[in-house]
Ligand binder design. Structure first.
Ligand code: NDP
Length: 389
């Protein structure tokens, strides 16, 4: 029988909800491009309910316990004496979410003698040291596509809110004020701007599609070029590298995974090549940007705004400089954890667990590492420090 250790974020401060703002979720037939939504044999939760916090348990308890397995759920993930560290040595499966990541470091993986499967209930498995997972033959899987559109919507929202100076204007209303000049002195139209995405995968392409009706000039860079008909349909300008693309853009959105190629990409040198007053939106991973270089660029005016929902570490400490830097539109890590997304990644997590427990193959699109090497989506989109591909 397996022990499944699940790390989820805390319940709301006022307790687990007993009612919700809406009664149901829209039906989505399939993801863009045709990939099917998760197809578990069953679910034990109500779509639209809070599943990603501790009491939501991703809707997994009845399923696992009915098969005789053990489920341990905790939010206590950091520090040497955390519940996560205490429970890890005999866990067979670890489930974690990027929003509240249980960092599976080389040290932790070395102590997790039973660990065979690490599931990301979401997308982005950089909280797992993939080199060590390969070394210890731990399968790493994530619920590909589950929240890609959720994030793309968040990116579109953040671009508009920065360019139009929405958040400070809303704050003025909350403060009881009405100085229009103060609100509009940093407010522009997006129309006509050049917007570029670093990576045009599931999220990046969805961002491009959502921005197209705003009559902007669209740019992208990626390791693999999009089909010519997509470039033509959206009027895309391809750039072979990020360094080549960013000087042409008024707005840059980052939609690449964090891996050795992208870590620290937006540093002082790259930021200095951007247009003065450009906007940078990063909902991918914080470490793709140099934390202090972003603060310097906002303070000098090189960047007119920075927004995103990804931080390092998570949760961000109270004194993290991105909480107080000028002209930012940061949120906690929420874009991929809407109630809509939670229903999909809870179902996808169960699908992965069912496959693994039944000894049937996990969908290749969910795989990051398997059999001691990058696999499936991981082989396409990730790289590892040591060349074990
Ligand atoms: P995909 O795998 O669909 O797309 C990632 C894209 O990044 C691929 O097209 C890949 O290229 C490209 N890429 C990888 N390395 C580079 C590089 N060095 N330069 C340019 N492009 C690169 O993933 P998603 O779009 O679904 O997600 C992207 C990332 O967004 C995730 O890895 C995660 O970190 C983050 N994310 C954040 C969420 C949030 O809540 N804030 C939620 C979900 C995801 P190719 O495959 O062509 O080689």
């Amino acid at each position: 029988m397996a022990k499944v250790l699940c790390v989820l974020y805390d319940d709301p401060e006022n307790g687990y909800p007993t009612s919700y703002a809406r009664d149901d979720l829209p039906h989505i037939a399939h993801y863009p491009g045709g990939q099917t939504l998760p197809t578990p044999q069953g679910t034990d939760f109500t779509p639209g309910h809070l599943l990603g916090s501790v009491s939501g348990e991703l809707g997994l308890r009845a399923f696992l316990e009915s098969r005789g397995h053990t489920l341990v759920v905790t939010s206590d993930k950091d520090g040497e004496n955390s519940a996560f560290d205490r429970e890890l040595p005999d866990a067979d499966v670890v489930i974690s979410q990027p929003f509240w990541p249980a960092y599976l470091t080389p040290e932790r993986l070395a102590r997790a003698a039973n660990l065979k499967l690490a599931i990301t209930a979401g997308i982005g498995s950089d909280h797992v040291d993939l080199d060590s997972a390969i070394e210890h033959d731990v399968t790493v899987a994530e619920v590909t596509f589950c929240n890609s559109i959720s994030v793309a919507e968040h990116v579109a929202m953040m671009i508009l809110s920065l360019v139009r100076n929405y958040l400070p204007s809303n704050q003025r209303v909350l403060d009881g004020g009405w100085n229009i000049a103060d609100c509009v002195a940093r407010s522009y139209d997006l129309e006509g701007m050049h917007v570029g995405t670093v990576a045009a995968g599931r999220i990046g392409l969805a961002v491009l599609r959502r921005l197209k009706p705003f009559d902007v000039h669209l740019h992208y860079t990626d390791r693999h070029r999009l089909p010519a008909e997509v470039e033509e349909e959206l009027g895309l300008t391809f750039h072979p590298t990020t360094a080549d693309m960013v000087p042409a853009c008024d707005v840059v959105t980052v939609n690449a995974p964090l891996h050795p190629e992208t870590e620290g990409m937006f540093n002082d040198e790259l930021l200095a090549t951007m247009k003065r007053g450009a906007y940078l939106i990063n909902t991918a991973r914080a470490k793709i940007c140099d934390r202090d270089a972003i603060v310097r660029a906002l303070e000098s005016g090189q960047l007119a705004g920075y927004a995103g929902d990804v931080w390092y570490p998570q949760p961000a400490p109270a004194d993290h400089p991105w909480r107080t830097m000028p002209h930012h539109g940061m949120t906690p890590h929420i874009s991929g954890s809407s109630l809509s997304a939670q229903a999909r990644y809870a179902a996808g997590t169960r699908e992965i667990l069912e496959s693994w427990l039944d000894g049937t193959p996990i969908r290749p699109e969910y795989l990051i590492v398997q059999g001691g090497k990058l696999a499936g989506t991981g082989a396409h989109s990730y790289s590892v420090a040591k060349d074990r591909k």
